[in-house]
Design a protein around this ligand. Structure first.
Ligand code: 6GU
Length: 244
């Protein structure tokens, strides 16, 4: 399970648009994670697994209605071929607005696994037998509709890889993130100390580390209470569960 010897976290991305991932995976943190040997990204074009003479991967829905539905054949064959390319099986995640909402806790879980296979859909949806016949976990990135799973897959890969130990430069950078402790992040400032009449809170310039820590905690709590009171309630619920 754990990557004791720091084996790379392997992503396999099943998509009709592999070309849209290139620059995203090459640039910045994700590219650095790959260079450090901490993550691998393998792109697979579902269309390559179509046996149709026109490489069709979608068709009209039985019963009528608008839009097109992703066909079973190409998705099953693509998954099965990719599954056999490496061990272990890992987790197989279907990106769909019907899934469980992705959050920091799930990102942390994913970052501890060895392998994640991501299935991106297009069109109006997947033939239901893909859900029935393959071991999918359905994941959504929020209550809105994207025209395809690719942008959602990028969000999942980014949120996951930055939690893999060794990816971020500063050892504690991920620990101080919004959501890491169930709170939004406190306000941050950098030079100059005054900009267009706006100043930096005096405590941050004081060098008093205990006072700074108290100020940040209070700011994070207040900001969370005002903007996302639901997060505070969740934290209380978790504490209560752990206590009893
Ligand atoms: Cl994972 N896919 C699509 N198509 N739309 C979404 C989504 C996923 N998450 C939120 N909206």
């Amino acid at each position: 399970m754990a990557r004791e010897e720091q084996r790379a976290l392997r992503f396999d991305i099943l998509t009709l648009f592999p070309e849209v991932f290139g620059p995203f995976l090459d640039a910045t943190m994700l590219g650095i994670a790959r260079e450090k040997g901490l993550a691998e990204y393998h792109l697979h074009n579902i269309r390559d697994y179509s046996r149709d003479k026109h490489h069709k991967v979608d068709d009209r829905p039985y019963g009528g209605g608008p839009g097109m539905v992703m066909r079973c054949g190409p998705v099953f064959r693509c998954y099965e071929a990719v599954r056999e390319m490496a061990e272990p099986a890992g987790r197989f995640v279907m990106l769909t607005p019907q899934g469980r909402t992705f959050d920091q806790a799930l990102a942390r879980e994913f970052s501890r696994s060895d392998r994640i296979i991501l299935l991106c859909g297009r069109y109006e949806g997947f033939d239901e037998r893909i859900r029935e016949g393959l071991p999918v976990e359905e994941v959504s990135i929020g209550d809105f509709v994207l025209s395809g799973g690719e942008a959602a897959a990028m969000a999942v890969v980014d949120a996951t890889v930055r939690l893999v130990p060794g990816v971020l430069g500063h050892r504690d950078a991920a620990a101080s993130d919004s959501f890491a402790d169930g709170l939004l992040e406190h306000p941050q400032y950098t030079r100059p100390p005054e900009f267009r009449g706006m100043t930096v809170p005096q405590v941050l310039l004081s060098g008093n580390h205990a006072a700074i820590a108290r100020w940040r905690r209070a700011q994070a709590t207040e900001r969370t209470r005002r903007r996302r009171a639901d997060l505070l309630n969740t934290q209380t619920a978790t504490t209560e569960k752990n206590d009893g």
